[in-house]
Design a protein around this ligand. Structure first.
Ligand SMILES: Cc1cc2nc3c(=O)[nH]c(=O)nc-3n(C[C@H](O)[C@H](O)[C@H](O)COP(=O)(O)OP(=O)(O)OC[C@H]3O[C@@H](n4cnc5c(N)ncnc54)[C@H](O)[C@@H]3O)c2cc1C
Ligand code: FES
Length: 255
């Protein structure tokens, strides 16, 4: 884990209100794996005080990308960054997605900006010759960020593109017609979506790993500010920043 101060290489709007920022760090780039995140100090003074966590969306040697939308003060400042502005970044943090085991088909399921970690994961799965099917849910067609993903199936809340309904219903429809060989689900998105997906994965007996994106402060296990309830294991709570953000869906209780 390192703290680096590096310039922004580029900032781009890749879908409606969704921004991509790239920067380069040899130290972080050579160690980071899909599912891990960085914690970025955004304000120059006290506001916002805390670092903000972002998944690494793509990695090409030292060049790393994050994608985000504006939800509050931190992401508003981040969206205004320009080429050569300096970012203060702590990373890599957290536990990566698990890609070992007797699996053949990756079912990637993302809601909204939950798509962020999946271009990076897709690259790794491709290198390991997995078959990949990607299911993206969003409010409307303009908010689909499908760059660098494979075999994309879309669900929108307003029916403006693809399946009209939730991404979990889309996954269910698809798998009824195309039963997968040795599947594993990788998912990230809003808590209600992850809860519905967990029920689905347990009912259909499919392995499923979730990346949780709850609020976080230190990002390194000190403040105890990111607990998630465990349903099995030695302790009642796990810390999302150091024991996650990736968890087997059968291990955690999403409230
Ligand atoms: C491990 C991890 C990886 C993440 N990766 C990404 C990513 O790749 N792209 C991305 O866009 N976001 C990601 N997030 C979420 C991102 O960190 C928050 O959106 C960001 O911290 C908001 O900062 P802000 O200052 O703009 O908003 P704030 O002013 O802090 O909050 C604005 C509003 O959003 C709510 N909020 C803040 N953070 C979250 C959250 N995590 N979940 C739900 N509601 C929240 C607050 O309660 C408040 O209502 C990730 C979070 C975690 C924990
Ligand atoms: S964010 Fe501080 S312990 Fe997890």
């Amino acid at each position: 884990m390192k703290v680096v101060e590096v310039p922004v290489i580029a900032r781009e709007e890749i879908a409606e209100g969704i921004f991509c920022l790239s920067f380069a760090s040899e130290e972080i780039g050579k160690n980071i794996k899909p599912g891990q995140f960085v914690n970025i100090r955004i304000g120059e003074g006290l506001q916002p005080l805390l670092r903000r966590p972002f998944s690494i969306s793509r990695s090409d040697g030292p060049v790393l990308e994050i994608i985000f939308n504006v939800v509050g003060a931190g992401t508003r400042i981040l969206a205004g960054k320009k080429k050569d502005d300096i970012l203060d970044i702590l990373g890599p943090l957290g536990i990566p997605f698990g890609v070992d085991g007797e699996y053949e088909t990756a079912l990637i399921v993302a809601g909204g900006l939950g798509v962020a970690p999946f271009p990076f994961l897709t690259e790794l799965l491709r290198a390991h010759s997995w078959r990949i099917e990607t299911f993206l849910g969003a409010r409307n067609a303009g908010q689909i960020a499908e760059r660098f993903l494979e075999n994309v199936h879309v669900a929108t809340d307003d029916g403006s593109r693809g399946f009209h309904g939730t991404v979990v219903d889309l996954l269910d429809h698809y798998l009824r017609e195309h039963p997968p060989e040795r599947p594993k689900i990788f998912a990230c998105g809003p808590t209600p979506m992850l809860r519905a997906l967990t029920e689905y994965a347990i009912r259909t007996n499919i392995e499923c790993e979730l990346s949780l994106e709850g609020e976080m402060a230190c990002g390194i296990g000190i403040c105890q500010g990111c607990p998630v309830e465990r349903v099995r294991g030695p302790k009642r709570y796990a810390l999302v920043c150091t024991e996650g953000p990736t968890f087997n869906c059968r291990d955690v209780q999403l409230n």
